[in-house]
Design a protein around this ligand. Structure first.
Ligand SMILES: Nc1ncnc2c1ncn2[C@@H]1O[C@H](COP(=O)(O)OP(=O)(O)O)[C@@H](O)[C@H]1O
Ligand SMILES: [Mg+2]
Length: 222
């Protein structure tokens, strides 16, 4: 579902964020991406979402080529991606339920189905009892779980989580990782970046990507 061949990403200021990326991610994969701050983790996820385009090389995500001029296709592609990114903040003054429903407004679903999917996602992240709470009254860990519910409620084929455990204490961080992993199934790939290597599981069948200065080292335990 994600295929990269010789992909390079160079930003406008000439920063070479990613070099010669070759990878193949399949439905059902669990992928951990680690590497120090500034190594290129977020840049890689932005390529997967079509927020950035490869400077050279070929990237396809769910059959869609990620490149300039593919605006409509990339917009369609994003419907099948559930992003948990730091900058996609929750909307203050709205309830937990409303925040989760926002992520599905553009999918052309019936209101009743949106409501049901949101409630189900909140149950899955253990926040079924907080549906009517305002998001500003939540703890960090709870807020992050709302962000996950918002990302997964529309049943995306790819879940992308960028440093989802930042700002969390150890127990909450472990909990967030477990919740994210629980959404992996035969049709859904879960991709998680973190610089906290101690939070990475030892799943026998996961894919481990280490990024150093834009260079990937891939280890697939199969
Ligand atoms: N929009 C941008 N323009 C120019 N340089 C950028 C931009 N975004 C990130 N970078 C640079 O690209 C490199 C990789 O950044 P990033 O992907 O954010 O790393 P990480 O997520 O691993 O911390 C860094 O040198 C960073 O400064
Ligand atoms: Mg980052």
């Amino acid at each position: 579902m994600i295929e990269a061949r010789q992909v390079t990403l160079q930003y406008q200021d000439d920063t070479l964020a990613l070099q010669d990326v070759n990878l193949s991610i399949k439905p059902g994969d669990l992928v951990y991406i680690t590497g120090p701050s500034g190594s290129g983790k977020t840049s890689l996820l932005k390529l997967f979402m079509g927020i950035e385009y490869p400077t050279s090389g070929i990237l396809t995500v769910m059959g869609q080529t990620v490149k300039k001029g593919e605006t409509a296709g990339i917009r369609r592609l994003r419907r099948s991606i559930g992003p948990v990114f730091q900058e996609f903040k929750l909307i203050k003054g709205r309830t937990v339920m409303e925040n989760v429903m926002t992520g599905m407004r553009f999918l052309g679903m019936r209101k009743k189905d949106i409501r049901e999917a949101a409630a189900y996602a909140l149950d899955r992240v253990g926040l079924g009892h907080k549906k009517t709470s305002l998001v500003e009254n939540l703890s960090w860990g709870e807020a992050q779980r709302v962000a996950i519910a918002r990302a997964v409620a529309r049943k995306p084929s790819i879940i992308l989580a960028d440093e989802p455990t930042g700002n969390l204490d150890h127990d909450n961080a472990v909990n967030i990782m477990e919740i994210l992993k629980s959404f992996r199934d035969s049709n859904t790939a879960v991709i998680i970046t973190t610089h906290a290597t101690h939070l990475i599981g030892q799943e026998a069948d996961a894919m481990y990507i280490r990024i150093d200065n834009g260079h990937l080292t891939i280890n697939r335990r199969a």
